[in-house]
Write a protein that binds this ligand. Structure first.
Ligand SMILES: Nc1ncnc2c1ncn2[C@@H]1O[C@H](COP(=O)(O)OP(=O)(O)O)[C@@H](O)[C@H]1O
Ligand SMILES: [Mg+2]
Length: 537
C-alpha cells in the first residue's frame, strides 16, 4: 500500500509568482486581484487534469500563528512543570543534608550532650535518615556515658595512686604501708575484703598478715605457720582462682576472711622479688577487676615505700658517719683541751712536788692539793663523758636512769617535768631499755632545743607485753606536714628515733601542730626482742 498518489504529486507553490494558467483551461473564473495565495495542485490519474487548491496566504499564516502559539503555551507549561519537578527533586536531595547539618550543629553546640533526637515524620529517605541519625545519637550517647565513666574511674585511680605515693612518703613503718596498700586496693578496685600477706625480711618463711574489709576497720592476723607466697601467685602473676584451689597454701586465718567463691591474687613484686601477696575475695557475680591495674597499684605503693626507705637509709648512713666523725672530733678536742690541760697542770704540780722534796712536807701540801683538785675535776669530766656515751646507770634499770636524767634536765633547763614510771625494780630487756632511754634523751633534748616549753609530761608504762613511752610538751610545736611531704627534711634525731623503733618492730607516733606542743609516743612489743639489738639502739 503506497501513499495516495494525490499526496505524492501535490506541490505547494508560492502564489507570489505568476503561474501561467494550465493549458487545458476549462473556463473557470480566475481572480485577478493581486493577493498572496498559496496554491497546491496535483495531477489526476488521467494525466491531463489537475486538482488545484488555493489558500489565501493570510489565512494560512493565521492558522500557522495559532498553532505556534499553542505550541508555545504547551512548551512554557512543560518548562514550568520540569522546573517544579527539578525543584522538588533537589529539595529531596538537600533536605537530608540539612537535617544532618542541623544535628551536627546541635552536637557541636553541646559537645557534652545530652543530644536530642530528630523527629521521624516521613517514611521516605529523610525518615530513614532521621532514624539512622537517632540510632547514631543513641550510640554516641552510650559511648559518651561510657567514656565519662572511664574518665571518672581513671581520675579516681590517678587520685588514689597520687595519694598512695604521697602518704607512703610520710611513713617509714611497714605496718602503715601495709594498711595503706590494703585500704587503697580495696577502695580502688571496689572489693568487699582482702588480706595482705607479707614477708618481713628478717623472719624467714613467716608472714605478716593484715586483713581489711570495705565496711570495717582492718586488723593484723596471727599466722601460726610458714607460708610459701609463690604457691599463691605462681610465676608472680596476677590471677583469679577459685578459693578451694588455693587449698593448703592458704593459712586458716586467711581463708576465713575470704568467704567468696573466687579469689583475686595479686603479687607484690619489687626488683624481681616476690615480697608479698594481696588476696581479695570477689563477690559471686562481680567481674574480675583489671588485673594489670590492680598489680600496678599494689606495686606502686611498695615501690614508693622502698624508694623512700632507700633515700632515708642513705641519708641516715651519711648522717651516722658524720655524727661519728663529729663525736670523735669532739672527744679529741675534749681530750686535748680538757683532759690534756688538766693533766699538764697535774704534771706541773707533781714537778713542783718533786723539786720541793728536800724542803719538807709543808712545802709539798699546796701543789699536792692542787693536783688532787685537778684530778677530781678530771674524774668528773670522764664521768660526764661516759654518761653521754652510755649511762652506766642503765645497768641498774631504765626507771632509775630516767629519774636521774629528768632531774639533771630540770636542773639544766628550769623546765618543769612530770615523770611517771612503774616501780624502780621494773626491768625490760637491755636493748629496749637503752632504746627507750635514747628516745627520752632525744625527745627531751629537742624540748630544750626547740620547744620553748614550760611543762613536759614523761610517762613510761609496761602493759600487756608492751612498753609505752610518751613525752609531751606544751611548747611551740612544729608543722608535721613539712615532714610528711618530705621526711628526709626531718632532723637526724626524729629519723634516727624512727629507725631504732622500727628495728624493734615498735610503733612511733609523732604529733605536733604549731603553737600546740609536741607529743611523741613509742610502743615496743616486749616478746620479740632480737638478741643482737643491744648495740644498735
Ligand atoms: N618538741 C619539739 N618542739 C618544737 N619543735 C620540735 C620539737 N621536736 C622536734 N622539733 C622540730 O623538728 C625538727 C627535727 O628534729 P630532730 O629530728 O630532732 O632534729 P634536730 O633536733 O637535729 O633539729 C627540729 O629541727 C624542730 O624544728
Ligand atoms: Mg633533735
Amino acid at each position: 500500500m503506497g501513499p495516495p498518489p494525490a499526496r505524492r504529486h501535490m506541490r505547494l507553490v508560492s502564489a507570489s509568482k505568476w503561474y501561467p494558467p494550465p493549458a487545458d483551461h476549462d473556463g473557470h473564473h480566475v481572480d485577478r486581484v493581486y493577493r498572496l495565495r498559496l496554491v497546491a495542485f496535483v495531477p489526476l490519474r488521467d494525466g491531463r487534469r489537475r486538482v488545484v487548491a488555493v489558500v489565501e496566504r493570510s489565512d494560512f499564516e493565521g492558522e500557522l500563528g495559532t498553532m505556534l502559539r499553542r505550541g508555545l503555551v504547551v512548551f512554557a507549561a512543560s518548562l514550568l512543570l520540569a522546573l517544579f519537578q527539578g525543584l522538588l527533586f533537589s529539595r529531596r536531595l538537600t533536605r537530608p543534608i540539612e537535617v544532618v547539618t542541623g544535628m551536627a550543629g546541635r552536637i557541636a553546640r553541646a559537645p557534652g550532650g545530652p543530644w536530642e533526637t530528630v523527629p521521624v515524620r516521613t517514611n521516605d529517605e529523610v525518615g530513614e535518615l532521621a532514624t539512622a541519625f537517632n540510632q547514631m545519637i543513641a550510640r554516641l550517647n552510650e559511648a559518651r556515658v561510657g567514656l565519662e565513666r572511664r574518665i571518672a574511674e581513671a581520675t579516681r585511680h590517678i587520685a588514689t595512686l597520687y595519694e598512695v605515693a604521697r602518704t607512703t612518703t610520710s611513713t617509714l613503718e611497714i605496718k602503715d604501708v601495709l594498711t595503706l596498700v590494703a585500704e587503697k586496693t580495696l577502695a580502688t578496685l571496689d572489693l568487699p575484703q582482702l588480706v595482705v600477706l607479707w614477708h618481713p625480711s628478717d623472719l624467714g618463711d613467716v608472714v605478716d598478715a593484715y586483713a581489711a574489709a570495705a565496711n570495717g576497720p582492718g586488723e593484723h592476723l596471727e599466722i601460726g605457720q610458714p607460708v610459701d607466697l609463690a604457691d599463691l601467685c605462681p610465676g608472680a602473676r596476677p590471677t583469679v582462682a577459685p578459693l578451694p584451689a588455693l587449698g593448703a597454701s592458704l593459712p586458716a586465718a586467711v581463708a576465713e576472711r575470704l568467704v567468696a567463691p573466687r579469689v583475686l591474687c595479686l603479687p607484690i613484686v619489687f626488683k624481681d622479688r616476690l615480697l608479698g601477696v594481696i588476696l581479695a575475695g570477689l563477690r559471686a557475680h562481680a567481674p574480675a577487676p583489671d588485673l594489670e591495674l590492680a598489680a600496678a597499684l599494689a606495686n606502686a605503693v611498695l615501690f614508693e615505700a622502698v624508694r623512700q626507705k632507700e633515700v632515708e637509709l642513705r641519708k641516715l648512713s651519711r648522717l651516722r658517719a658524720e655524727l661519728q666523725e663529729d663525736s670523735l672530733r669532739a672527744m679529741s678536742r675534749e681530750l686535748h683541751d680538757g683532759f690534756g690541760q688538766v693533766l699538764t697542770v697535774i704534771n706541773m704540780d707533781l714537778g713542783l712536788v718533786e723539786r720541793n722534796l728536800e724542803r719538807g712536807p709543808a712545802a709539798m701540801r699546796t701543789p699536792l692539793r692542787d693536783a688532787r683538785d685537778q684530778l677530781t675535776a678530771l674524774l668528773q669530766g670522764v664521768r660526764t663523758m661516759s654518761q653521754v656515751l652510755r649511762p652506766p646507770m642503765l645497768d641498774f634499770g631504765l626507771v632509775p636512769t630516767l629519774h636521774w636524767f629528768v632531774e639533771k634536765f630540770i636542773e639544766r633547763t628550769q623546765i618543769a617535768v612530770a615523770l611517771r614510771t612503774p616501780p624502780e625494780e621494773t626491768r625490760l630487756p637491755a636493748p629496749i631499755e637503752l632504746l627507750l632511754y635514747r628516745v627520752a634523751q632525744e625527745a627531751l633534748t629537742n624540748v630544750a632545743k626547740h620547744a620553748r616549753a614550760h611543762h613536759v609530761d614523761v610517762e613510761l608504762a609496761v602493759l600487756d607485753g608492751q612498753a609505752f613511752l610518751c613525752i609531751a610538751d606544751d611548747g611551740v610545736g612544729f608543722e608535721m606536714e613539712r615532714f610528711r611531704r618530705k621526711p628526709v627534711l626531718a632532723g637526724v634525731g626524729l629519723l634516727g628515733m624512727r629507725e631504732r623503733v622500727a628495728y624493734y618492730r615498735g610503733g612511733l607516733d609523732i604529733r605536733s601542730r604549731p603553737q600546740a606542743g609536741a607529743r611523741i609516743t613509742v610502743t615496743i612489743p616486749l616478746g620479740e626482742t632480737t638478741s643482737d639489738g643491744g648495740g644498735v639502739a
